[in-house]
Design a protein around this ligand. Structure first.
Ligand SMILES: Nc1ncnc2c1ncn2[C@@H]1O[C@H](COP(=O)(O)OP(=O)(O)OP(=O)(O)O)[C@@H](O)[C@H]1O
Ligand SMILES: [Mg+2]
Length: 275
């Protein structure tokens, strides 16, 4: 049986809606509770070894909140999550660092997530330094191998993020996420900012890396076609709740929830409309 990499159980998260100063005063006088928005409601799922789990949902459905909670960037209100059986929501200090080594994120905006003052060598070396990793055969050879694995050449190591195209920058972001050989990658809208042809190349690269390394991935997107192409299994989020969980190849036939049907038919007619 395939090993379960990640297990998420009943995750809940809500945010207080930020109001203007005057509405806050009114709220205080009327003794009203602050208004809350539910970003995640009882979200439970698991990811198996070597599996790509797609998370699909419209804007505001809670996709990034889920990624942020799992990465420890924000705290959940309740629920559990474990990576290879280890609690990841309540870990701190050295335990947290160990978990982060096994779980890395690829972001939507490769420019915003790469420090413009660092060259690629420095960007890629940073996680190695933080985790005190010394690759066999030396750092330089390891970096060359790593950058070539994502389809760039060794001279990229001396360049800065601004010297690359969007697609190349995303390759660097992927290379950095993979440098510690994590078990799980969380990709949040990783191809959404790219042109369609470049999107296809990055999806191809991710699928190739998954196969080669037996990597597991949570692939978050609002784009039905993209999620369907890369995922093995797909979860649909609607207002913070999972409303559907299907195998990627039966996405068009096995869905039950009214919202999922609408989302899919809108996405498909858009594609057909485009020709
Ligand atoms: N820091 C925050 N403070 C207040 N509300 C927030 C915060 N982060 C997210 N939210 C709210 O939580 C809900 C879920 O947001 P989230 O960013 O997770 O959605 P998303 O599915 O990633 O959307 P998108 O496709 O636009 O990236 C939204 O209603 C959003 O306004
Ligand atoms: Mg988001």
């Amino acid at each position: 049986m395939e090993e379960e990499i990640l297990r998420v159980e009943n995750l809940c998260k809500s945010f207080t809606v930020e109001k203007s100063f005057t509405s806050k005063i009114k709220q205080f006088i009327k003794k009203e509770e602050p208004e809350k928005v539910t970003a995640l409601k009882n979200v439970s799922f698991s990811v198996k070894e070597g599996e790509i789990l797609g998370i699909l949902g419209e804007s505001g459905s809670g996709k990034s909140t889920l990624a942020r909670v799992l990465m420890g960037i924000i705290e959940a209100d309740s629920g559990n999550a474990s990576l290879l059986g280890k609690d990841i929501l309540n870990a701190s200090g050295l335990d947290r660092l160990k978990i982060l080594r096994e779980m890395q994120m690829v972001f939507q905006d490769p420019f915003g997530s790469l420090d413009p003052r660092m060259n690629v060598r420095q960007i890629l070396k940073e996680p190695l330094n933080i985790h005190k990793v010394e690759p066999d055969g030396g750092v330089e050879d390891f970096l060359i191998k790593s950058i070539e694995e994502v389809g760039l050449t060794r001279d990229a190591l001396d360049k800065y993020p601004s010297q690359f195209s969007g697609g190349q920058r995303q390759r660097i972001g992927i290379c950095r996420a993979l440098i510690l050989n994590p078990k799980l990658i969380i990709a949040d809208e990783a191809v959404s900012a790219l042109d369609v042809s470049v999107q296809a190349q990055i999806l191809e690269l991710l699928m190739e890396l998954k196969k080669k390394r037996g990597l597991s991935m949570i692939f978050i997107s609002h784009d039905v076609a993209v999620v369907r192409q890369i995922s093995d299994r797909i979860i649909l989020l609607y207002h913070g709740e999972i409303v559907e969980e299907v195998k990627a190849d039966s996405l068009l036939t096995d869905i039950k929830h009214e919202y999922s049907k609408k989302l899919l038919s809108a996405a498909l007619s858009l594609r057909e409309g485009r020709g």
